[in-house]
Design a protein. Sequence first.
Length: 461
Amino acid sequence: MNSRPNILFIITDQQHWRALSAMGNAALRTPHMDRLVRRGTVIERSYCASPVCGPSRMSLATGLPPHEHGYTHHFPQQWDWAARGLISFGHSLRAGGYETYWSGKWHASVCFPTRENDAPGFTNLSLGHDDTGLMKEIGWEIDEAWAGRAADFLRKRDTQSAPFFLGVSLLNPHDICYWIMNLHADRLKAALARLPQAPVPLLPANMAIDPGEPEIMRHRRTVKKYGPELQWTLDWTDADWTRYLYTYYRLVERVDAEIGRVLDALDASGHADNTLIVFTSDHGEGCASHRLVVKLSAYEEALRVPLAFSWPGRIAEGCTVTTQVANGLDLGATMLDFAGVPPLAPSRGISLRHVVLGSTPCVREFAVSELYPDRDAIGWTARIVTSVTGKYLLATDGNGLVEEAFYDLAGDPGEMANAIRNPAMAARIQPMREYLAGWMAQTGDPLASLLPGRPADSAVA
């Protein structure tokens, strides 16, 4: 057996952080994700680097925020890693003696790797051009094949081989995008109709729109081409919103079943005792909060994701970390640290290994995410500073508008009241501004000129 752990990295697409029954959500059953939570340690507040697939995944792979790696929006062309001098944590693992494999969606350049076009730093196990009959953009159809490739790999892997990294990237519950817009309707609805009845979900308590909502989010509600799903919901009734949530949770259950196949294969492989499992999602889902669906939002529902670590005998079981805020930038650094491999350079993520192992409660007070909500009006952008108790936002339209927002996540977890003008919050806001100023200077952020000199008790709208 290898002295260093194998690493099984499982990532879903568009999963709300509470879309697990282990998180107290009675509207769905996710026994296999729950198995990971039960067998390991969860970081309660984990945020994606940017709340949309491609930019989030590029940041996860490189450890760089979107304004540094350049993939700020979904772009139609393939991203040229070599021309931009980018490397992934897969390259680092390979240099450190690991064999690295990927099965499923990539989207940090090409969306779906093939045998002819691997994900940078990984050998592709996914479907190639010779596989027909499945629609790769529908998770309901393709996740079974991707999970099957991963399960086959685990069953056949020799326990005496070099340590391996296996990324299993499944597409659901992303199919909710198509359901909202009535795309691929015949295939999706027929599959959903075959499912047994499940509990009817309650609508969220924070469904109202905050009167003080940041202008960047008000603009997001008007965007018709980039992430257009919200436009299909404008005349929805409460019954429509309930059907949407019901469908979303069935899609989560569907991907949970595929995760179960992978975990079962690992348990039967002889590798389980020496395999670190990391489970997360690329971004969340609006879930009707603030009357929003899908992604591209600064609110918790789209920005916050599940994050669990499991390694038998090494990581405590059934633990929840409430003292540390995590970010997608940190995952590569953390996995490299567990593997005993030097960190990526450059990289803005930090290793959370000591937090996961329980040897320290916190290694960083704040983390930064980025929002780019409109591909046709690219001046709109925001920096979002998160902690375990609060969220600060600095945004601009690129044309003179500069705004700030603050949400007290401890007292207002539903983000119903923008507290940026509340004098009682000034002492909590200023350290977040100062952290962001340092982050911007370190990363060469083009928004840096918007922040310095802003007094603690003022805001620009």
